[in-house]
Each structure stands twice: as C-alpha cells, then as structure tokens.
Design a protein around this ligand. Sequence first.
Ligand code: GLN
Length: 321
Amino acid sequence: MNKTITIDQIKAAAEEAYQLYRNNTAGKNADYIPYLANIDKNLFGISICLLDGRTIEFGDTQYKFGIESVSKVHTAILVIRQSGTDELLNKIGADATGLPFNSIFAILLEKDHPSTPLVNAGAITACSMIQPVGDADKKWEAIVSNITELCGSAPQLIDELYQSESATNFNNRSISWLLKNYNRMYDDPDKSLDLYTRQCSLGITAQQLAICGATIANKGLNPVSKLQVFDAGASSKITSLIATVGFYEHTGDWLYTSGIPAKTGVGGGVMGTLPGLFGIAAFAPPIDDAGNSVKAQLAIKYIMNKLELSVFSGDKVTITG
Ligand SMILES: NC(=O)CC[C@H](N)C(=O)O
C-alpha cells in the first residue's frame, strides 16, 4: 500500500510520546556499573533524523550519556568496513542467542562462533578483529573515527564511566578469556576487552544516535554530513543484525510490538533504524530487567504505532512537508 505521512504528524507523535512518558518512574538505573547508578534518572530525550538530514527533538537530546551496548552496532559496522560482510558472518555470526547480553552460557552453547557482534562476546571478538591488529592505539582511533562518521560528530570518552566499568567488569574478563580458549579472539584478550570497555564508555547524545540510525536507514550515506560511511549493500545486513538481537532475550517482543529494528544500551539509550525512512533514538536511564530503557522503549513504540509504521508492513511510505 502507498502511504504518506507528514513531518508534522511525526513531530506530533514524538511530542505526545514525550509528554505521555516524561513522568513515568518505572525501571531502575543500571547499578552493576557504579557510574550509571548515579545518573539523573529523570533525563529523557527523543530524537528523530529524517533522510534529508532534518532532525526532530524533544527533551534532553543533547545530554551525553554512556553509549554502552549501542556501540556494538558501530563496531560491527567497522568490522564490515574493514573486512566485509562474509568475514563478520564467518568469524562472529549473525544469530540471536536468546540469552542475556553478558551470557557465558551462550558461549558454551555455540562453540564454533560467538553468535552475533551485538552481545558482549561477539562485540569483544569484533574489537579483537579491528585493524591494525596488535596496535591498540590505532584500533582505538579507528573505532572513534567510525563512530564519528556514523553519528556526524565525535563522541567523548566519559573517563569516570571508563574507570568505573574497568574496575568492575569481571564477567566480561571471563568472556574474553573464554573466547580465547575457543580460538575466537584475534588479538590480545585483555587489550580487546579494554577497547570494548572504552567504546562502551563513550558519551553520546540521542541526536547523534538518531543520525547514526538514519545513516543505516539511508544505505550508509550520513544524511547530515552527506558522507558515504559504508557500502550501500551492507545496510540490510546491519539492519538484520539489529533486528535479530537488538533487545537480547526480548527482541521478538520488541519487534512484534514496535515494528522497528533497534539496539539498546544499559546507559539508557535506544537507537532505531527504519530503512528508507528515518533513524530514531530515545534516552532515559531507568532500565528493565533485560537492560533496556523503559521510557525509551515506550516512546519509540508509541511513535511507531501512532504513525502506523512497521518494517514488516510492506507499505511504500513517503514523508512530506
Ligand atoms: N547491555 C549493555 O549495554 C552492556 C554494556 C556494558 N558495557 C557491559 O558490557 O556489561
């Protein structure tokens, strides 16, 4: 079916979502990383980036929060940029684990590959694959510059978050060495984990994530900077990864109820990408038991349902105005 929606309708839906959920107090800040426990729990922002580069903003969309697991998408893209979509599939995989993001059990179950770059195990393997292998400083530069290109502006390391997470990431240390045991680390395990921890500690805004979501929705062309960040052909692969496991063990429920592939982080961010239409991000620190922001989920779901959009609808949608 052909369908037209106006920018005013999108703005109205986003504003309604913002007003509806701004005083919602469900969920709890992540507290297994001490820094995150102390972030103002009332922060809330919604940002949408259209494919002509215009953005729609409500609330705290310029606040820099910890990107956390949303960064797994960026670094999966970097692996694809450097090594191609086949190498990502062969060395990491593109399967849902159906288990929590930091599951060790998932690694034991799938011994031949870490399943997906969008859970901790696969993301640490992804960091080990970043080139040039053996040069942590250059790898870090590549990770940051890739995020900068995808988001249209640079992220900023939140040093306190990095220290806080480095001092408490015992589970991830086990994951890193377990991967080494199964020959799924392609660089030093401790250095690869450190890169992963640092990328998770980057401060990012909802607006920057909306622009990244729009870049993915726009076949790799950043609609704000106009830079072709990755090959157009990789876009559907990246979206498939996000759709498959973006909400970990709740991914099916998420897709069923929201209709948009999206990736979450325990810092409270959610980044969605609707192919050919827009990128959307919402941020609010309190998360549910799977580590997904409660208010960000409610807001994005509301907007998608209000506009009657879904990646599965088959509708040919045009945005006007
Ligand atoms: N789901 C997340 O955002 C988790 C990211 C966090 N850095 C961790 O490894 O535990």
